[in-house]
Design a protein around this ligand. Structure first.
Ligand SMILES: *[C@@H]1O[C@H](CO)[C@@H](O)[C@H](O)[C@H]1NC(C)=O
Ligand SMILES: *[C@@H]1O[C@H](CO)[C@@H](O)[C@H](O)[C@H]1NC(C)=O
Ligand SMILES: *[C@@H]1O[C@H](CO)[C@@H](O)[C@H](O)[C@H]1NC(C)=O
Ligand SMILES: *[C@@H]1O[C@H](CO)[C@@H](O)[C@H](O)[C@H]1NC(C)=O
Ligand SMILES: *[C@@H]1O[C@H](CO)[C@@H](O)[C@H](O)[C@H]1NC(C)=O
Length: 494
């Protein structure tokens, strides 16, 4: 069978060539690795969607004429040739340095069609004709394709390097018709049917890969998160293909009106691997701590790390009268005035990924304002250094965090109402942090950061690994959406 050479050639593509060894790119802060398990999942999905786009495909009409002993010259037309079903016996995906090979072997294709013949000869001057249905089974079909993924100006370009489809045995079953006709179909049309199926499937592969590529081109370079920040999701460098995984690298930093805030430098030595602590997972997404640092800088520089509290569950606390016994000088100067608390982060929070988790240290200025006659009068300011730990969780397709207060230290920065007792400050700050600041921050963090995953897919059985300065999310992927671009783009050939 011709298929042997064909697949041999496909595999040749995968033999490493030392001249084009791909270095992992630098300057990336998010990486994604798809393991063999993930590739198998993707391959099965591709085949399933590919089959769905081929089933019910109508192949072009086939016409042929042949000289039949005793009958004369017969003109036979096969029409309404429709692919009814495809069953795949086995399939495989193999990744090598220069491409991704997908092979389907031993597939069976069932077709239905209409046959019609007319015979004219000097023996039968008026001619005879007949027609009916036939079913065809094509067995031992092999399909193979080689793909490559490159970075093209920050987006991924998927190209089809090579592909082919080879049909093994064709068996035809006629409903009605004469034995001579059956013999004629087998002899003269087997090749036509085989090549028609091969062409149709090859064409669908080209079309399907082109649709996938178009889809990749539509992925944005930047995800706008809110009015302040965007996440740069440009691909950096070419995907790194190895025999056990495909690794992609994404810039991954927060940006604001194209400001580049974190030095885009990157220490070499990080090995892109799909290892997930011995667990077999489909994908691994790793995030460098600079991603969190860039977020911290963007929001800090945009003046977004400020919170004014003018409402509390116990509103009486925001009136000087409530404090007349504790801070008599405040009540004396501003009797029965409403107050507000201005919490302002004084330097960009420091976020670090360690081997145990994520730690954050934040310095905040907490200013007590008195509201008098429509005027905001700051009366005292307390500086607080807070350290918190952050537990990371996956919510939907976002990576979200939850802060827990570790410790804090506070001192009086300035005061217009005289000295405040340090114990008073401590208990005031402790309750402000626990009841207002952390719940507020946790609410913000709950929204999370979108992980680079294609719409329509979800994470499953996720594990989080800390490996300073990277945090990795190892996960399986499942397909949520029923309708898929390949189906949407399927068309009939004829
Ligand atoms: C399917 O593949 C198995 C081996 O993987 C083989 O034994 C079997 O004959 C194949 N069946 C068909 C219908 O090709
Ligand atoms: C051929 O099949 C069609 C439906 O697929 C049916 O309507 C028609 O009656 C069949 N013709 C013969 C001759 O069996
Ligand atoms: C991948 O290649 C390495 C050597 O480059 C080899 O040691 C390893 O066994 C290969 N793994 C698979 C799954 O083929
Ligand atoms: C986004 O990342 C790419 C790749 O690192 C870089 O070339 C580009 O300048 C970045 N864009 C912004 C707005 O920072
Ligand atoms: C809150 O305090 C910061 C300094 O601590 C100050 O820059 C800012 O203007 C204050 N905001 C309001 C609304 O008073």
């Amino acid at each position: 069978m011709a298929s042997f050479n064909f697949f041999f050639l496909l595999y040749l593509l995968l033999i490493p060539t030392s001249s084009c060894y791909v270095q992992p790119p630098e300057n990336y802060f998010i990486s994604g690795v798809i393991s063999n398990k993930g590739l198998d999942f993707a391959k099965d999905l591709l085949i399933e969607k590919g089959i769905a786009s081929i089933v019910l495909l109508k192949l072009p009409e086939i016409e042929n004429s042949a000289q039949v002993a005793l009958v004369g010259n017969a003109k036979v037309v096969l029409s309404d040739i429709i692919i009814k079903d495809i069953q795949v016996n086995s399939s495989a995906v193999v990744v090598g340095e220069s491409g991704i090979v997908i092979v389907v072997s031993g597939a069976t294709v069932e077709l239905s069609m209409k046959w019609k013949y007319t015979v004219s000869s000097w023996l039968i001057p008026f001619g005879i004709s007949d027609g009916g249905n036939a079913s065809v089974v094509v067995e031992g079909m092999q399909v193979g394709l080689t793909l490559n993924l490159r970075n093209q100006e920050g987006t991924l370009k998927l190209s089809l390097l090579d592909h082919g489809c080879y049909v093994g045995d064709v068996s035809i079953k006629l409903d009605g018709g004469a034995a001579w006709l059956y013999q004629l179909l087998v002899d003269a049309f087997e090749g036509n049917i085989a090549s028609s199926v091969e062409e149709a499937i090859s064409e669908k592969i080209t079309e399907g890969i082109s649709n996938l590529d178009n889809f990749l081109q539509t992925l944005p370079n930047q995800i706008s998160l809110d009015k302040t920040a965007a996440l740069n999701v440009s691909f950096v460098g070419n995907p790194v293909l190895t025999n056990s995984s495909i690794a992609i690298a994404i810039n991954g930093l927060f940006t604001r009106t194209s400001e580049i805030l974190v030095p885009q430098s990157y220490k070499k030595g990080y090995e892109v691997s799909s290892a997930c602590g011995g667990l077999p997972k489909m994908i691994k997404v790793s995030i460098h701590e600079n991603v969190f640092k860039s977020a911290s800088l963007v929001y800090f520089n945009a003046g977004k790390m400020q919170l004014i509290i003018d409402e509390l569950p116990d509103q009486a606390l925001l009136n000087t009268a409530e404090w007349r016994l504790i801070i008599p000088q405040l009540y004396k100067r501003y009797p029965n005035d409403d107050m507000q608390i201005n919490i302002s982060v004084s330097s960009p929070p420091v976020i670090q990924v360690t081997y145990q988790g994520i730690g954050a240290t934040v310095s905040v200025d907490i200013t007590i304002d008195v509201l008098q006659g429509g005027e905001v009068i700051p009366v005292a300011c307390i500086s607080v250094d807070v350290s918190a730990s952050c537990a990371v969780e996956i919510s939907g397709n976002n990576i979200a965090g939850r802060l827990t207060l570790q410790e804090f230290s506070a001192y009086l920065k300035w005061s217009k109402i005289g000295k405040l007792h340090i114990r008073l400050i401590q208990s005031l700050i402790s309750s402000v942090l626990k009841t207002v600041v952390l719940p507020y921050l946790n609410l913000q963090l709950k929204r999370g950061l979108p992980l680079p995953i294609i719409d329509g897919f979800g994470f499953q059985n996720t594990v989080i690994l800390y490996n300073h300065p990277w945090i990795s999310v190892c996960s399986d992927v499942w397909f949520i959406e029923e309708d898929y671009y390949l189906i949407q783009h399927s068309t009939y050939l004829s």
